[in-house]
Structures are given as C-alpha cells and as structure tokens.
Design a protein around this ligand. Sequence first.
Ligand SMILES: [Zn+2]
Length: 340
Amino acid sequence: MKFAVIERETIILDPKNNMTRKYIPSEIRKDPLTGRSSRICHFMALKWDKPDFEKLVAGTEQWCPFCPDKVLQVTPSFPEEILPEGRIISDDMVLFPNIAPYDSLGAVATMGSRHFIPMTEITPERIAKAFRVAMEFFRTVHGRGHPESVYHIVNWNYMPASGSSLIHPHLQVFATSLAPNLMREELEAAKDYLKTNGTNYWDDLVQAEEASGERYLGRIGRTTWLTAYAPIGVAGDVLGVVDDVPSTLELTDDDLSDISLGLTKTMAAYDKMGIYNFNMNFFTGAEGDGHARVHLLFSPRTFFNQALGSSDVGALRNLFNETICMAFPEEINGMLKPEF
Ligand SMILES: [Zn+2]
C-alpha cells in the first residue's frame, strides 16, 4: 500500500506582512489504487454559511413531481417484463423508471413523502428503507435475467449544489453492464493488484488505515469508514468499505442498516461545517468479483460563492478531472471523527 505524495511549496510576498516572504505548502497526492492525482491546498477554512432554507424551499413543493399528491399521477411505470407491478411502493416510498434514462435499466426512488428533509433529520432507518427498495428492484431484474443486470448502482444527489434539480430526497437506482469511468478504473486496478500481490486491495487498505489511524473514522458492523487519502471533493470524501462483499446484490439487510448509520454520522459531521449538499455513489464489482469490495463514496458539495451560485467544480476538475481539496484529509478526519 503506497500513499504517494509530491510536496510543493509556493513563495509569495505577503501584502498582509510588509511584503515579506510567505511559504505556502501544498501537496499532490496519488490515489493508492488508481494513481489518480488529487491536489491538497489551503485557500479557505472549511466553514460555510447555510442559506435560509425556508426561503430556498418555499413554493418548490407546488411543482414537485415526487410529492405524494402527484407522484403516482405523473411518474411512469415499468413494463410488465421488467417489473410486473410497474412501480415498487413501500409505505411512502415509490420507485419508478427514470424519465431521463442514461442506461436501459434506470429508476428513481423517492425517500418518502416529505418534500424537504434537512440533512441532519434524515434518519438511518429512512435511508436503509430506501436502499431496500432499490435492492428489491435489482433483485427483480436480476431474477429475470436482464442482460444489463451486472453492476447495481445507487447514487444520491442531495440538494442543489450536488446537481439535484429537485429538493425532494430521492435516489438514482440503475443497473448496467458498463461500469462508469472511475468505477471501471478502480475495478481494473484492483484486478491487477490482486494478480500482483495475491491480496484484495480493499482488504489491504482497510488494514493499513486501521493500523495508521490517520484517516480512520470507525467501524459499524462490517463497514469501515475512512476519510479518503486522495479526495475528489473540495471538503474531502468519506469512504465506507464493506468487508467480504464484492457486489451490491451480496449486501445483507444488516449491511444496509450499517451503511445508512455511517452516512448519517457523516452528514452530522459535515453539517457542522455548514455543508448541506452531497453526492453519494455505490461502487461495486459484478457478482463474485474476488478483486472487488462494495464501497460507498460520500462527497460533500458546496458553492464557492453562495450568492453567485458558484459551483465547486471548475475548469481543473471539469475538463482535466483534476481534483482540489481545501484541507488535508487527516485534518478533515479530526473534524469528522467526533461523530463516529
Ligand atoms: Zn416534493
């Protein structure tokens, strides 16, 4: 396990200190699995002001297609050969086809009837229940032998800075035979790692991080929570790795509850920084992939300038896929750890 880093130093003449020399350190880190680079710098404190949520949310329920008065009228249904009952309804949660599909087996699942749920009020029970709805969809299409039922992915965009166009909490649920870019790179690298080292990369990562403690957050059931060494998000990423589970379909009901609890702890910790938006993706292998382990990546999202709506994804990230994190992941670990 190699945690590679290239250290950099910038010298500026500081106007706040009579134009004397100021030395500013930064780092270019390499992800131990893929070699993807991630830049760590300090240009602001990890502290944001939250907006006036009442103002932000006001009126949006009027046109929200996921609110209970509309969801069964305006959302589509699956044809009988994919999902016999058309939609999956579990109490106040509904899963239906994604109306803007990016693959042939795409669904959206509402996380209940409540239109706006502040990040810290989303309970682990609610998340686990929504994951179970997604699993029911995956198991149905898998049982029917759909050719795209290979990688089973749950993604979550929460609140506008995450790219979500709706306030109403919902999950993106899809199955595909084509692993998305970063997931594919990870799977290929993990396969090589297993071939070269004779061990599973994720098992080794968990062991190394547990031993060093620098980025370790905690363990819930058989899921280990870490701050990512080479994060994608500007305020770091939290990684949850499930022991012994190569693919989503092999997750147990207990795993879903444990993952959900870890996510709420992560949300509670980021809430204290003023973060109220995030992306969360499942990364999975195909069934029986010995080199893979199901892991989740939680990446907080924010606006660099709330009034202007400035995205935290700029040219460097968008076009080069080069990421910038505004604090050392070990420092971020210290901010998150009290919740774990
Ligand atoms: Zn709604």
